[in-house]
Design a binder for this molecule. Structure first.
Ligand code: ADP
Length: 499
């Protein structure tokens, strides 16, 4: 199965940002609704009862504060009124419980109708539980009858079939044992729950619809700029490097658009360079090959042309071809980082002087003048062969581009801890807007392809590669119509550095 097919299948499996957002918001809303439903509806009676019991507990604590006070009864009435509870207080002496006070919040609570047996049971339960006993009690007529205390007179509050929160406490104060009974009627919450449930259903429907609408709008706002960018990225992938990404909406998209614009520019430039490079390399390889082929054919077909001069042209072209191939190889190795300098200590001054010997023939036959000035021995720790290539390339360029003066200068100046080699010429110079690019392979100020006279077009990029591999400083100063100075600097080596 092809990669493309596979990626299309994978894409289909992935969920889009819109669906994800809608789904996430719906889930969130459902979760919130569920939480409200559980807390507000399902647990309503639980929270209500807890609230009632804590109210009874607070009433009991209040009673403890004033139970032995003279105004005890009035304060008991107030507590019952304030807390909406019914209270009965007994004092225990000689195993007998004697009611000393009671109060109610307006209605006759069930604790007033309890049988002695039930009262005794509640007392025992509290005692067995460390003086505290809370109970949710349902009262009915059977219970009342069983108690034997169940005759409800006309006009009395009928506590039958009611549910109450009962709080029983026994405690000692100043050697007196007290038995307090507190009661708060639990109103049935089922009616409220039903109302709430209906309300909840309406709210749930409304919220779900609102969540879907909100998520759709939000996802559209988020996804639209991304969709636009994706469409344009498709054009970029198809080779349209002029794609202009716009990042409206929010910061992340703006950043993405900016990055893609930068990538598009870079890919476009690289693509252009690559095409130019292939064109140049093919041209450069074809020129010497055509010459070799042409001269070989002439020498084969015309016996009179089979001379040393023509053979020399073939040899020269072959040399140029092999130089071009080895330059290309060097450059690709330098760029890949596989050609590493093999440092040794040598005298840069001496190396430059030796290099100039190669130009003797040029000087003698073509009238060039190469002036050499050095401030003395300049020991450096570097790859001798590579630095030789740098000097050679710089002098070659100076010779090629120097003007009618036919003059080239090579200067070696010593600084505190470095040595600087500069090659200057009186040529046309390089326009300032092009100076940055001359280090690129195949970049030429003069776009006319004139490789028949000049080098391979890779010279300065090899120089750059070598000097950067040595972490050396390098540069060019040039003025149009005045000339150029190409220079580099290497640190001076101390005697024991190589060791
Ligand atoms: P080539 O010289 O083979 O074209 P290089 O990489 O050595 O390739 O140089 C790149 C370009 O830099 C040259 O085509 C030329 O335009 C410019 N250049 C290099 N050296 C000089 C110089 N001394 N004076 C003017 N221009 C130069």
């Amino acid at each position: 199965m092809s990669c493309k097919l596979k990626s299309v299948k994978e894409k289909k499996k992935q969920v889009g940002i819109r669906s994800k957002l809608v789904l996430a918001l719906i889930l969130f809303t459902v979760f919130i609704l569920l939480a409200i439903w559980v807390l507000q509806i399902r647990l309503l009676s639980y929270f209500y009862e807890r609230e009632k019991f804590s109210e009874l507990e607070e009433a009991y604590l209040e009673i403890c504060e004033y139970i032995e006070e003279s105004d005890f009864k009035e304060r008991l009435e107030k507590t019952a009124e304030k807390r909406k509870v019914c209270i009965r207080v007994f004092v225990i002496s000689d195993s007998l419980a004697k009611q000393i006070a009671d109060a109610d919040s307006g209605t006759d609570c069930m604790i007033h109708n309890l049988s002695y047996v039930l009262l005794a049971d509640l007392y025992k339960s509290a005692k067995a539980n460390g003086g505290m006993y809370d109970k949710r009690m349902e009262f009915n007529t059977d219970l009342m009858e069983e108690s034997g205390d169940g005759i409800i007179l006309p006009g009395m509050h009928n506590p039958a079939n009611t549910v109450s929160a009962i709080c029983v406490r026994t405690f000692y104060q100043n050697d007196n044992e007290y038995f307090v009974l507190l009661d708060s009627e639990l109103t049935p919450v089922s009616a409220t729950v039903n109302t709430l449930q209906v309300q909840f259903l309406w709210i749930a429907c409304f919220l779900l619809v609102a969540a879907v609408i909100f998520a759709t709008v939000l996802s559209r706002i988020i996804a639209t700029p991304l969709t636009v960018i994706t469409q344009k990225a498709g054009k970029l992938a198809a080779g349209n490097y002029a794609a202009d990404f716009e990042g409206h909406g929010y910061r992340e998209v703006a950043e993405l658009a900016e990055t893609l614009n930068f990538a598009a520019r870079e890919i476009g430039a690289t693509d252009h360079l690559q095409k130019e490079l292939i064109a140049n390399i093919s041209h450069d390889l074809r020129t010497p090959l055509t010459m070799i082929k042409g001269y070989s054919e002439i020498m084969r077909d015309l016996p009179g042309e089979n001379n040393a001069e023509n053979a020399q042209i073939i040899i020269d072209e072959t040399t140029r071809l092999s130089e071009l191939v080895s330059d290309l190889l060097d450059l690709s190795k330098l760029q890949a980082g596989t050609l590493k300098p093999d440092p040794e200590i040598f005298d840069l001054s001496q190396l430059a002087r030796d290099t100039l010997i190669r130009y003797d023939t040029l000087i003698r036959h073509n009238g060039y003048r190469i002036l050499f000035e050095s401030e003395g021995a300049a020991p450096v720790l570097a790859d001798r062969g590579m630095i030789l290539q740098v000097i050679y390339n710089l002098i070659n360029n100076a010779v090629n581009y120097t003007g009618e003066s036919l003059r080239v200068r090579v200067n070696i100046t010593l600084r505190e801890d470095s040595v600087r080699l500069a090659v200057s010429d009186d040529g046309e110079g390089i326009p300032p807007d092009m100076i940055e690019n001359i280090w690129e392979r195949y970049y030429r100020v003069d776009k006319v392809h004139n490789r028949a006279v000049i080098g391979t077009g890779l010279g300065l990029s090899i120089v750059k590669g070598i000097l950067e591999a040595h972490h050396a400083l390098y540069g060019v100063e040039s003025a149009v119509g005045v000339g150029s100075v190409f220079w580099f600097e290497l640190p001076l080596a101390s005697e024991n550095e190589e060791k």
